[in-house]
Design a protein around this ligand. Structure first.
Ligand SMILES: *[C@@H]1O[C@H](CO)[C@@H](O)[C@H](O)[C@H]1NC(C)=O
Ligand SMILES: *[C@@H]1O[C@H](CO)[C@@H](O)[C@H](O)[C@H]1NC(C)=O
Length: 810
């Protein structure tokens, strides 16, 4: 086949060139391959060739072809590469000569070399890389490298193919030099999110038979463009958080995704609310989407929050969502107690069920946490009642009494029903105002007071006191003396009552001897309107003072007259001479009298009964005893200090009146003693001294006398019968006078020494000496007493003759 083609070509050359041959061969023929039978073609025989030393001459050029002298043919000496020999130029031919010697002859040989498709198209690099943003627009051009095919003509590069053709198409531009510029045109936008890496194969093909091709890998990295917005996983998130949750509590976590890559896919979260205070309450972690608390969540301020969240990528694309946060109530609010009424004073006479005050309760918590019950402390006369929702009334439950409790501390405690329950309390101090419902009450149901007589007028006796349980003016007690009369005299002239203090003053000086007691009523009245009052009986007892000295009633101490008692010389020991009778108008101890012998002519002869004032002999009267005996008796009361009176008793010791009479005249001298005090004192001294000596003598003599008498009695053995006056009934030996000794007190009109006493002693021997008629004795006896005495002393007293002597003026 190949040979036929060569032959055909040789013939063409032979026919046109004489002395010159042309051959056409394919390139790349193996060594020794026949190029052409040159001997034949030139008309030379083989021997000639040999003999003439034919050889090929190619000058400086490399010898690709050699001459086979034996065969007279040209053979391939070296492999011929057309591309190396001629490059892209056509046609490609080897020019050389065949030289013959002897003679030298030249024959030109041209060997045209024909291209064989022995080179595939080839790219310089096996792969190229592109980085194309996914945002590249359709129509964008990308220059590609051309391939090279060393072959020429139809064996040269013919076309390019690109696969796959999803996004790109090829565009070839024919250049002026006949080559082609290859461009890749973006036909369909790229999407990094679908396909980040694209690899294409560019194939270059030639037109040879068989066709050869070369390929190049086109690696395209799709660069991300921010073509995807972030997307939240949910449009609305719901969360619940308890109020008072601490700061930092995670409420929820939102999440958005972005299909983009890198910074285009980096999402940051933010809160978009502007008007409300959501931004002060919540924050969102920019990166993690954690929504946290940053403020104090208070259910009572807001029950839910709506957070508008935005997710944005770095490219500025965004999405938004809502987070609805419901706040759960926590029982964190105590009930708030408000007392509505300001007045905290209530009158003690209000009726039961009177509303004292109204209380408003507020608890902002929800449901059970906000349901409130109120109670008040026990044991007070109040109750609390729910009137309207959130309102309570405080009512009186029973009657009030300011005097029992003037103020109440009412503690109102309100607690809600939360768990745990919260409570608060308030203490109302309620004052009970006074109503004049209590009369003054005296401390005692009656009073008794004592005042010593002879008080100074105006002296305060004592104090009555009334108390009033009411308050202030209603308790201001005034004391009023109620009108009455005492012995016909208005009581106000006895006492007065100080209205303010209740002190009772004596208005006058009291005399116990005139009034011993009296009573009156004092009224205590309060200052209420109308006033209330009460009264009390006050009894004043006047106490005796020893302001009266004893008064001697008997013997009568008339200024001038002299009364003397007669004692018969025969009188026995214990003979009752007389009885000093005295009274004291005071009472009690002040009137308890005692009698003492102060002075006596002969102390040994008489004694005075301490209690009864009886004067008795204490020894036998003897002849030696003087007729005139004078005794001074002191009557003393028992008061403090005591008062006393003295009385002089004259005793005549005589058997007969004449004897007594003669002696008694001397008694009148006593009158003159009294006239001169000095003289009297001197005399008294003398008498005392005398009496002392006399007493001494008398006592000694009495002793001796008794001693003698006893000796006589002892020797005589005669019975001694003491003689008693018939009416003398001192049988018991007590020395008291019989009851018939009564005294009557009367007032004499002319008596300067106040009262005197007329004895009714039926058996009294009395000598009365009238001082106005010296030396005269009188027998004084009331007619009444004589008449009253059935047994007259005239008849029954033989030893003593009642007589009345009136001494005639001499
Ligand atoms: C009421 O409370 C006040 C103040 O705490 C107290 O001084 C007063 O004695 C109380 N009154 C009564 C009746 O408890
Ligand atoms: C004094 O009080 C008594 C009751 O204690 C009453 O009966 C009497 O009327 C009162 N007297 C006067 C004058 O008020």
């Amino acid at each position: 086949m190949r040979r036929q083609v060569l032959l055909f070509i040789s013939v063409i050359f032979l026919s046109s060139v004489l002395g010159q041959v042309s051959y056409t061969i394919n390139e790349e023929m193996s060594r020794g391959s026949l190029v052409g039978n040159v001997a034949q073609d030139l008309g030379l025989d083989v021997e000639r060739l040999k003999s003439r030393n034919a050889r090929v001459y190619s000058g400086d050029s490399r010898e690709y072809i050699e001459l086979s002298k034996d065969r007279g043919a040209l053979l391939i000496k070296e492999r011929i590469d057309r591309e190396a020999l001629c490059g892209q130029s056509t046609p490609c031919a080897l020019h050389f000569q065949i030289i013959l010697e002897n003679p030298i002859e030249f024959y030109g040989v041209i060997v045209e070399i024909i291209d064989v498709n022995d080179n595939p198209p080839a790219f310089e690099k096996s792969e190229i890389q592109f980085k194309i943003s996914e945002s590249a627009v359709s129509g964008s051009k990308f220059d590609l490298e051309r391939a090279v095919d060393l072959d020429v003509g139809i064996n040269g590069l013919q076309n390019y193919l690109l696969k796959p053709t999803d996004n790109f198409a090829l565009k070839l531009h024919n250049q002026a030099d006949g080559s082609k510029n290859v461009e890749m045109i973006l036909q369909k936008p790229l999407d990094r999110e679908k396909n980040e890496h694209i690899s294409l194969v560019l194939t270059a093909v030639d037109g040879g038979e068989p066709q050869l091709s070369g390929t190049m890998l086109i690696l395209i990295t799709v660069l991300d463009a921010n073509d995807n917005a972030p997307v939240f996983t949910q449009p609305v998130y719901k969360a619940t958080v308890a109020e008072n949750s601490p700061e930092g509590t995670v409420v929820t976590t939102v999440s958005a995704s972005d299909a983009d890559h890198g910074s285009h896919g980096r999402i940051t979260y933010s809160i978009r609310n502007t008007l409300d205070d959501v931004r002060h309450m919540f924050e969102v972690n920019e990166e993690s989407g954690e929504v946290r608390l940053i403020g104090n969540i208070d259910y009572e301020k807001a029950r839910n929050y709506q957070i508008n969240l935005r997710a944005s990528d770095d490219g500025g694309l965004t999405d938004s969502c809502k987070v609805i946060v419901d706040i759960m109530d926590v029982n964190d609010n105590k009930p708030l107690i408000k007392v509505m009424s300001k007045s905290n004073v209530v009158s003690e006479d209000v009726k039961t069920n009177t509303v004292v005050t109204i209380i408003n309760i507020q608890d902002p918590d929800a449901d059970e946490n906000g349901k409130v019950q109120c109670v008040i402390n026990e044991n007070i006369p109040f109750l609390i009642k729910s009137t309207a929702s959130n309102f309570y009334s405080l009512l009186t439950d029973s009657d009030l009494d300011r005097e029992r409790a003037s103020e109440y501390n009412i503690s109102v405690t309100c607690s809600d029903e939360g768990v745990p329950s919260l409570s608060s309390s308030v203490t109302l101090t309620l004052q009970i105002s006074d109503v004049n419902d209590n009369a003054p009450v005296f401390e005692r149901s009656s009073y008794e007071a004592y005042i010593v007589e002879n008080n100074t007028p105006g002296l305060s006796i004592f104090t009555v006191k009334a108390r009033d349980a009411d308050w202030n003016q209603n308790a201001r007690v005034s004391y009023i003396l109620e009108d009455s009369s005492v012995n016909g005299v208005p009581v106000s002239s006895y006492v007065s009552v100080s209205a303010d203090s209740g002190v009772i003053h004596a208005v006058r000086s009291f005399d116990y001897e005139q009034i011993k007691d009296f009573q009156f009523r004092v009224k205590a009245q309060d200052g209420g309107s109308p006033p209330l009052s009460s009264n009390v009986t006050v009894k004043i007892l006047i106490q005796d003072q020893n302001d009266n000295a004893p008064q001697v009633l008997y013997p009568v101490q008339t200024g001038g007259s002299l009364v003397a008692e007669m004692v018969p010389r025969s009188a026995d020991v214990g003979y009752l001479v007389t009885k000093v009778v005295a009274v004291d108008v005071d009472s009690g101890q002040n009137a308890w009298l005692s009698y003492k012998l102060q002075k006596a002519t002969d102390r040994a002869l008489f004694e005075v009964g301490l209690q009864n004032g009886e004067i008795r002999t204490i020894r036998q009267v003897t002849d030696k005893d003087a007729v005139k005996q004078r005794l001074t008796v002191v009557v003393e009361d028992n008061g403090q200090p005591s008062r006393s009176a003295t009385v002089n008793v004259n005793v005549a010791v005589a058997d007969s009146f004449p004897e007594a009479l003669s002696e008694l005249t001397d008694f009148t001298h006593d009158k003159e003693y009294n006239d001169n005090l000095t003289f009297y004192l001197v005399l008294a001294l003398a008498v005392v001294s005398f009496l002392f000596i006399t007493c001494l003598v008398v006592i000694i003599s009495v002793k001796i006398y008794r001693w003698r008498q006893s000796r006589i009695l002892y020797h005589s053995s005669l019975p001694v019968i003491p003689y008693y006056p018939p009416r003398y009934s001192d049988t018991l030996g007590t020395g008291t006078l019989p009851h018939v000794y009564n005294y009557e007190v009367c007032r004499t009109t002319d008596s300067r020494k106040s009262d005197c006493k007329f004895g009714r002693a039926g058996s009294q021997n009395v000598l009365i000496m009238d001082p106005s008629s010296t030396g005269t004795m009188q027998r004084i006896q009331s007619e009444k007493s004589i008449l009253d005495e059935p047994d007259s002393p005239l008849e029954v007293r033989p030893y003593c003759y009642p007589f009345l002597l009136k001494k005639q003026p001499i």
